[in-house]
Design a protein around this ligand. Structure first.
Ligand code: ADP
Ligand code: MG
Length: 398
């Protein structure tokens, strides 16, 4: 056993008496900004057999009733059933996370406990500022290992699983906010995945300021014109960046991971919807189809807009900005007005530039679906439920 893991286990045991009697840490499996995740064996499970009790609200674990052996044992012998090891993922949330944030994550996980393809929460422990969340351990592979070899058939299975999770999460009005490969644990041999990490998730409607994108087109245009006129009246006519901008500064939730943020997040939309997750899922699909990870690699939000504009062109990017009352301008010569088709991007990325070897029929279908996930206008973007019904993801015979 790794010495550092041994030390971690001692520390956990100091905070949570009897930790060692119930769990055996095996290794660290994740170390992020907000938590350390361990793989552990749940020794308790072996004692009580197949019953975990969940009670997050009361913050306590109720021991399940003593073991009852299944009576359908064929041999009808009195021997114990074969010992099955049960593994858990223990997420130790850093004490620097705010209590409301930790509570939010556990509460949303609790709400989603019966959702398909979402990793359930077994239980959670708290001792003063230390919080541990217990999840069933889910075997998975590193995205970087399997994505270069995925066939279109594999891609369909992966996204069917991911969109099943998203449909369930979105149906409950929850935005995950951090869809990316490390938060969707996929096991290629099993062709199944589970969504994890609700650390940034929130309920739809958490922002209270209305955004122009929710108005009809005509009203929106009028509002934008009025705002320009007001600004011009205050600051006088000017070229370039307004020095004395009198408009109130805009604040919006931008939690998420660089490269996966939807355009409306970059444009500081104050009424973000579950569609932001669909865009991020689209970025995963773009990565797989183009065989490049990470696909987007911007350091900040402005660079991220530039990357998106390079693909979609300034014309569509400007329209996307206007939806949220933003003006998008750039003088970077490599960004054209029209941009490129996603089909072109895929051909270039996979070095198939000679016209003879275009995309296959099934690749074309994948690109059409990608276009539906990466609509710049969130109201036109496909929803998770619609995606499951899209011909690209629909199961055969449905
Ligand atoms: P963070 O908020 O620190 O990103 P996550 O919940 O995303 O924490 O977990 C970090 C990593 O730990 C994941 O990317 C994954 O590799 C691993 N992990 C998390 N939950 C599980 C689980 N239930 N089973 C197996 N591995 C997990
Ligand atoms: Mg994570």
């Amino acid at each position: 056993i790794d010495l550092t893991v041994q030390e971690d286990m001692e520390k956990l045991n100091q905070t949570f008496p009897a930790f060692k009697d119930n769990y055996r840490l095996i290794k660290r499996i994740g170390e992020g900004t907000f938590s350390t995740v361990y793989k552990a064996e749940d020794i308790r499970y072996d004692r009580y057999n197949n019953s975990w009790d969940i009670d997050v609200k009361e913050n306590q674990w109720t021991p399940p009733p003593p073991l009852k052996y299944a009576s359908h044992s064929r041999s009808n012998s009195r021997s114990r059933p074969p010992r099955t090891k049960k593994f858990v993922a223990i997420k130790k949330i850093y004490v620097t996370s705010s209590p409301s944030r930790i509570h939010n994550e556990l509460e949303l996980l609790h709400d989603l406990r019966d959702s398909p393809s979402v990793c359930p929460l077994i239980t959670a422990f708290r001792q003063s500022d230390q919080v541990l969340a217990m999840l069933p351990y889910f075997r998975h592979q590193d995205f970087r290992k399997y994505y270069p070899h995925m066939t279109i058939a594999d891609v369909k299975l992966y996204f069917r699983s991911l969109f099943t999770a998203l449909a369930a999460v979105h149906e409950r009005g929850i935005l995950h906010r951090d869809i990316k490969p490390t938060n969707f644990l996929y096991d290629p041999p099993k062709q199944r995945g589970v969504l994890v990490d609700f650390g940034l998730a929130e309920r739809e409607g958490s922002d209270h300021k209305p955004c122009l994108c929710h108005l009809d087109q005509e009203t929106r245009k009028q509002r934008v014109r009025a705002s320009y006129a007001l600004n011009a009246a205050h600051a006088g006519p000017q070229v370039g960046y307004p020095k004395n901008d009198t408009r109130p500064s805009r604040r919006a939730n931008r939690a998420g991971t660089r490269g996966f943020r939807a355009p409306e997040v970059l444009f500081k939309c104050t009424e973000q919807t579950t569609k932001i997750d669909i865009w991020s899922a689209g970025v995963i699909l773009l990565t797989i189809l183009c065989k490049r990870f990470p696909f987007f690699n911007s350091a900040d939000d402005v660079e991220a807009m530039i990357e998106i504009a390079t693909i979609f062109g300034t014309k569509r990017m400007r329209q996307a900005g206007q939806l949220h009352g933003c003006v998008f301008e750039t003088n970077i010569p490599s960004i054209g007005a029209q941009g490129f088709t996603l089909e072109k991007i895929m051909l270039w990325s996979t070095c198939r530039t000679d016209s003879k070897t275009g995309l296959t029929q099934e690749e074309k279908e994948a690109v059409l679906f990608l276009g539906r996930c990466m609509e710049l206008d969130p109201s036109r973007r496909i929803s998770a439920a619609e995606a499951l019904d899209h011909e690209f993801l629909r199961l055969n015979g449905e």
